[in-house]
Ligand binder design. Structure first.
Ligand code: NAD
Length: 401
């Protein structure tokens, strides 16, 4: 195997850091380059700047084996593998911010030499790889280029890097072989695709999840608006019914990936990905729906009332608040004149849970953190996750007895 001197650009982020740790533990000389001084400092002190299961222990092991983080891009002069893991958001018109990817790629291009491997790891707008390929061919011939998208679930990256098949794509065999060799040191198997296939695969995987949540949320709203308890329907639909296996239950679908990846696919398809746009309207609309539902539960306007929110992170048992719908709920309740008290066990500036529970007139469960599982809440509440609901399935014996 070739000796690898890997730099991970965006290496202290949610995807870059677990990946860098995995490369380091696999024996590669690995350096994390990041513009965030705070994150670099925290990583070098052996702490993940965000929640990652088992992260600190493995990070410390990797630091012991030579992993380091820096803000100094000059370390790239010694590298022969460049892995880009920077954010790829959409803009205010829901189109991808392509210029960011190209600008950062261009900035590091001076460090590339013939025979080096450049891996794009971020989720990319379809066609980005073709653009970078053309750019590179003109300025840096002989550099290998591959797209190997990350597919892990946030917070579980270190476990999943080891267990998920790795998509590897490139425009030529040398680049493919090079990238395959690198990822074979950390992934159990490799799926070969073309770059465009890989770009679409990643976006379609996330859009599909976003749509699955949207249909559950849409049905929830239809039922609840009709005065019907959706979860009685949910139990009836899914109980012993094989074709409903995997039927999602409702909840906030947000975070830094699903929404923006669905919008990237929509933008790629000239904004005619109607299902994607509809999913966005439903999932985003759930935030104001639950606030209106709370008014019904209270039987009055929220003006002057105290509303308690449980959970501000975008998903359970995680500290990431990026694109969390809890903040949309907060804004909506405040606009209706409520004073909002919020709690999240993962956030430092949280109000104490007991204060939120005792002082609020009504509660919305925004994020189903496991810390909330055993609470007894005896006030008006909206619990879209059915955290506190007991089954009401009326199941009677039939032929089977
Ligand atoms: N978060 C996830 O679970 C997840 C999963 C799969 C794929 N992705 C994709 O991975 C990509 C990265 O997402 P993320 O959640 O890790 O983002 P992030 O914001 O957590 O990490 C990006 C990092 O890049 C750094 N950075 C920005 N500009 C830089 C520059 N010029 N040079 C060096 N570092 C720079 C930032 O400081 C940050 O630490 C996105 O395309 C995202 O869609 C994310």
């Amino acid at each position: 195997m070739k000796e690898r001197n890997v730099v991970v650009i965006g290496g202290c982020g949610h995807v870059g850091l677990p990946l860098g740790v995995a490369f380091s533990l696999a024996g590669h000389d690995t350096t994390l380059v990041d513009i965030s001084e705070k994150a670099v400092k925290e990583v070098n002190s052996g702490r993940f700047p965000f929640l990652e299961r088992g992260g600190d222990e493995l990070l410390q092991k990797a630091l012991g084996q030579g992993l380091k983080a820096t803000t100094d891009a000059k370390v790239c002069s010694d590298a022969n593998v460049f892995v880009f893991v920077i954010g790829t958001p959409v803009d205010e018109h829901l189109n991808p911010k392509l210029s960011d990817v190209v600008r950062i790629f261009d900035y590091y291009r001076e460090f590339f030499s013939p025979g080096d491997l450049v891996v794009m790891r971020s989720t990319l707008f379809p066609g980005t790889m073709e653009h970078l390929h053309q750019r590179l061919a003109a300025s840096n011939p002989g550099v290998h280029l591959a797209f190997c998208p990350e597919r892990v679930s946030q917070g579980y990256a270190l476990e999943e890097i080891e267990s998920l098949p790795q998509v590897v794509s490139s425009f030529d065999d040398d680049s493919f072989d090079d990238a395959r060799e690198l990822f074979s040191t950390i992934a159990p198997s490799i799926i070969k695709l073309t770059p465009l296939e890989a770009e679409l695969t990643k976006l379609m995987a996330n859009s599909w999840r976003y749509l699955e949540f949207a249909i559950a949320n849409q049905f929830y709203m239809i039922a609840e608006k009709s005065g019907v308890d959706f979860f009685r329907l949910y139990e009836a639909i899914t109980h012993d019914y094989p074709r409903a296996k995997g039927y999602k239950s409702p909840g906030f679908a947000a975070g830094p990936c699903l929404f923006k990846d669905t919008m990237q696919l929509a933008s790629y398809f000239d904004h005619q990905f109607y299902l994607g746009h509809s999913a966005m309207l439903v999932n985003e609309g759930l935030a104001s729906f639950v606030v209106e539902k709370l008014e019904n539960e209270v039987g009055d306007k929220l003006w002057g009332k105290k509303v308690g929110l449980l959970g501000m992170a975008f998903k359970a048992n995680n500290d990431d608040i990026r694109e969390s719908l809890s903040y949309k709920v907060k804004k909506s309740a405040e606009f209706k004149g409520a004073e909002v008290l919020w709690h999240d066990p993962y956030l430092e500036d949280s109000v104490a849970l007991n204060d939120v529970l005792s002082q609020s007139d009504a509660i919305i469960v925004c994020t189903p953190h496991r810390d909330y599982k055993d609470l007894k809440i005896n006030k008006p509440m909206v619990d879209v996750w059915a955290m506190y609901r007991e089954s009401t399935l009326e199941l009677l014996p039939g032929k089977a007895g």
